[in-house]
Every structure is written in structure tokens, then in C-alpha cells.
Write a protein of this length. Structure first.
Length: 507
């Protein structure tokens, strides 16, 4: 699940780039479109300044932090434009302006001509402006900020004043979203190419409200393929097969949910009910005998079966179009036996399978038939991903893009790495990033709901990759609708289920 809802996603481009790719876009704009670098810089500064005024229209004073690169040049332009508007502005400098790149130095002279007050950074100084503009470090910076830059970032964050970041919050890795010490912005304005690190890992938290401006360079952006793309439900819904007038339930697949060990019946129920609400023709649950009456009383449309062994599971597998295994599965001998039977049957008979929770943990421990498969979906959170890759959570989160690619290469099929900016990797397609959802979805049962959604879409004829992508988007969109009604803090996983049906009503 994704964990934020600050991005102005409808206005953001689909393609997401690395820092090196964005540098190539900059050069293409200069060389192919004939736009001088200083003109691009002034466009960026103006776009940022206009956004600043939209968010804080009563601003009387600004403090702009400028480093030693082109990001500082954007800051000098913002300061000059503020001075022209008779807004009191001062610049905190962390680098000798005489050593700035040529375009940034021209921007510095622009600010001087407008009479902007400038002074070197002082670690124990106070911030005078009502709003702070972060032009310290751009996409070229690597590693954790050091020295005065680290101190300046702390100073900005501790001031408690509104912050606008130019292109990217200083200290945030444009490629991965990893950050140690970084500016926490309220607004970030990104230029030319949208950096992929802004939308996953720590990016969403540090960016605040994210905006994009192409600086009139869309022509060059369209020429450079991106290895990562934002995905949204609207475009993916068109791939869900339409229902014919003479349709019957047999045409929409049979989802079998395997799970619900002692104490975990609710997980299997959430997954099964979600699958039913998302259009699966038939939904069965294989679980402990003690849970049957509770499941049927909650949702009589489900077919609930008591199973005590893998042998008893096999007749249910024979009827299934897709299997979900993991919700509430647990780690008991019963759990392992059901997992092994389901995994073996799926491999032998080419039945798609969605694996979640403890099914992934047992896969990581080698309790499932080894080898990559093209017809399963793995849905790990960072902890499960770390176990699957024999790694650790910090390593997974330090580069989520590389982590999801490694998972897909090792296990095949479609892999969904959950978290802020969930990532989906399937075969050679671009990695999908879902900028949907909100922090209220950080609660028990959300993953169970998601596994049921994905399974229902596979049952209705979608590929595992498309089902995974659409399922994540629907799940996040439903979470936003539920938050609008219940608020984020009190949201429950079951609250999403009616909204899932609503989102699919017009498809």
C-alpha cells in the first residue's frame, strides 16, 4: 500500500527519470531546442516563485538558501523576482558566488542588481524570512550532506517555517528517494523531468505538495524513454474485459483464498470479500473448520471449506482459476502443508497465484518449490522483501527500484514492493509507480484486501502484471475515498471494500 496523498498526481507527467537522464534532458533542451541555460534557469525560478505566491500569497519576506550549483541559480532568480515584487528577501550563501557555474553566476548577478541582501551561512543564525526557499543541493549531489550543508538543512528544519524546495528537497536522492539528512519541504516544484525519487521511499514525506513544470521543454522529454512510469487506474481500467449481456459467473473466474489459521480468520475473509466485490464470479475460502460459521455469517456469498491437510485442499485447487495464499496463513505445520500443495499444484497446472504475508516468508525460507514463475504475483512489504533477497530493510529502502527489479529477476512474474510509492515490476516492462493512497492505510488487513483485488482481476482475464498495477491503483484510490468519509486515523481495511466496488462500477 502507499502511504501518502500530497502529490498533485493528475498534473504530473507519466515518465519518471534518474538524475543522469534529467541532465541529458537539460542538455537536449539547450542543444536541440536552442534554449540558453540561463533562460531555463529563469523559467524555473519564475515557475517556483509563482507557486510560492499561490501557496503563501500574504508573504512579506523570504529567506533563500543557495549552494554552489545550478540549483542555487534557481534560488538567486527567485530572490531577484521577490525583490522586484517589493518582498523583503535575503540570501544565505553556502558557496562562494565567484565559483558558481556560469548560468548560476549570471543569476547571482541578477539578484545583486535587484539589491538582494546576501550573507554567508552562519550555523547559529536566525532565519528572517516568513517563508524559506531551499536552493542548497540539486540532483547532482550524492551521499549524505556534510559540513555547513548538513547544518543548514538542520537550521531550515528546526525553524518551523514554511519551506519551498527547488526541483528537489536538498539531501533527497533523486534516483532512489533515500535520504539521511534532508530538507522537509511543504512544497516542491520539479523542473523539466520528474525525478523518480520524489515519489517513493522518503520522497513523498520530504516533498510535501509536489508540482511539476516542463519549462516549455516537453518536446525533449517525449524523446527519452523512461525506465519508470507513474500508473493510474483510469488508463488501466480500459484493459479489464467488458461484461457481455449474456455473461454468467463462470466467465469471471473462481478465486480460491487459502489462509486463516487460528486467530487469523479475518485476514482470509477480507481477501475473499474483496475478491468478490471486485468482480470474481466465484470465491472460495479454504481455512480452519472453526472459522467457517463466522465467514458465512459475514458474507454468505463466499464458499467456505474446512481443510486439515494439503490432500483436502487439492479438490478446491482443481476448481480454481487463481489462488490467493498468505492472508492469515500463519507458520504452523498446517500452514506449510497448504502452501506446499498450492504452490506445487499451481506450478504443475499453470494456475496463477497471488502470494502475500507468511506465504512470502516461507518462500524466503525455501519451503516452496524453487524457481522463477511467470504466472504469480508476489506482494512483499520491505521486511518481506528483505527476507526474500536475504538482505535487510535499510538496504531494500535505500534503493527500492533496484530491490523490486532484483525480486522480479529472482522470482519472475509480477512483484509488488509495497510502501510509500508502491512499485510494480513485471518482465521487461517499465517499473510502475503508484502515487496513490494515504497514511491512514497503514493498518492491519490492508494487504489482505489488496491480494483479493489483484486475484479478482486476474480471474477476469487480466495478465498478472496488469492486474497487479490496476489492483494497487484501485486499492489506493479506495483508501482515499474511505479517508474522506472516516478520516485517516480511524480507517479500517474493510472500509475500502464498498469503494472498490464503486470504482469498478463503470468499467
Amino acid at each position: 500500500m502507499t502511504m501518502y496523498n500530497h502529490t498533485q498526481s493528475q498534473a504530473l507527467p507519466r515518465a519518471l527519470y534518474t538524475a543522469e537522464q534529467v541532465k541529458a534532458l537539460d542538455q537536449a533542451a539547450i542543444n536541440e531546442l536552442g534554449i540558453p541555460g540561463i533562460k531555463l534557469m529563469k523559467r524555473a525560478g519564475r515557475a517556483a516563485f509563482e507557486r510560492l505566491l499561490q501557496h503563501w500569497p500574504e508573504t512579506d519576506s523570504l529567506t533563500v538558501y543557495c549552494g554552489g550549483g545550478n540549483n542555487a541559480g534557481d534560488g538567486y532568480v527567485v530572490a531577484a523576482l521577490a525583490a522586484q515584487k517589493r518582498i523583503a528577501v535575503d540570501i544565505v550563501q553556502l558557496a562562494d558566488p565567484e565559483k558558481l557555474p556560469a548560468d548560476a553566476y549570471t543569476a547571482y548577478q541578477f539578484a545583486r542588481q535587484e539589491g538582494v541582501i546576501m550573507a554567508p551561512f552562519q550555523e547559529h543564525g536566525a532565519i528572517a524570512g516568513e517563508v524559506v526557499v531551499d536552493g542548497l543541493l540539486g540532483i547532482g549531489a550524492s551521499g549524505a550532506p556534510r559540513g555547513d550543508y548538513a547544518a543548514a538543512i538542520r537550521q531550515i528544519n528546526e525553524a518551523g517555517k514554511p519551506v519551498l524546495a527547488l526541483d528537489i528537497p536538498s539531501g533527497l536522492c533523486a534516483d532512489s528517494g533515500h535520504a539521511e539528512d534532508a530538507v522537509k519541504a511543504d512544497v516542491t516544484v520539479c523542473f523539466i523531468g520528474l525525478k523518480r525519487g520524489l515519489l517513493t521511499a522518503r520522497g513523498p514525506k520530504l516533498c510535501g505538495r509536489l508540482y511539476y513544470h516542463d519549462l516549455a521543454c516537453a518536446e525533449v522529454c517525449n524523446k527519452l524513454p523512461a525506465g519508470v512510469e507513474r500508473i493510474q487506474s483510469a488508463e488501466l481500467l480500459a484493459r479489464l474485459p467488458a461484461r457481455e449481456a449474456d455473461a454468467h459467473k463462470g466467465r469471471f473466474g473462481h478465486v480460491l483464498v487459502v489462509g486463516g489459521d487460528y486467530g487469523f480468520a479475518g485476514a482470509a475473509l477480507l481477501s475473499a470479500e474483496s475478491a468478490a466485490r471486485c468482480g470474481a464470479g466465484l470465491v472460495s475460502v479454504a481455512t480452519r473448520a472453526e472459522h467457517i460459521s463466522a465467514i458465512i455469517s459475514r458474507r454468505p456469498e463466499l464458499m467456505a471449506h474446512a481443510v486439515v491437510s494439503g490432500q483436502e485442499l487439492e479438490p478446491l485447487l482443481e476448481k480454481a482459476t487463481v489462488v490467493v495464499i498468505g492472508p492469515g496463513l500463519g507458520r504452523s505445520p498446517w500452514s506449510e502443508q497448504l502452501l506446499q500443495k498450492a504452490a506445487d499444484y499451481s506450478a504443475e497446472h499453470h494456475i496463477p497465484m497471488v502470494m502475500d504475508a507468511d506465504a512470502l516468508n516461507m518462500l524466503a525460507e525455501g519451503r516452496v518449490l524453487e524457481g522463477a514463475r511467470d504466472n504469480w504475483v508476489l506482494t512483499p512489504h520491505p521486511g518481506e522483501a528483505a527476507r526474500l533477497l536475504k538482505s535487510d530493510i535499510p538496504s531494500i529502502e535505500n534503493d527500492r527500484f533496484e530491490s523490486v527489479a532484483q525480486l522480479q529477476q529472482r522470482y519472475g512474474g509480477a512483484v509488488l514492493l509495497k510502501g510509500a510509492g508502491s512499485l510494480i515490476c513485471c518482465n521487461q516492462a517499465a517499473i510502475g509507480l503508484a502515487s496513490v493512497g494515504n497514511p491512514g492505510m497503514a493498518t492491519a488487513g490492508m494487504g489482505d484486501v489488496l491480494s483479493g483485488v489483484i486475484a479478482a482481476l486476474i480471474a477476469q482475464g487480466m495478465s498478472v502484471g496488469d492486474a497487479c498495477r490496476l489492483g494497487v491503483c484501485l486499492h489506493g484510490d479506495a483508501g482515499d475515498l474511505a479517508a474522506d468519509e472516516f478520516g485517516q486515523r480511524g480507517m479500517l481495511a474493510a472500509d475500502l471494500i464498498p469503494y472498490l466496488a464503486e470504482l469498478l462500477a463503470e468499467s
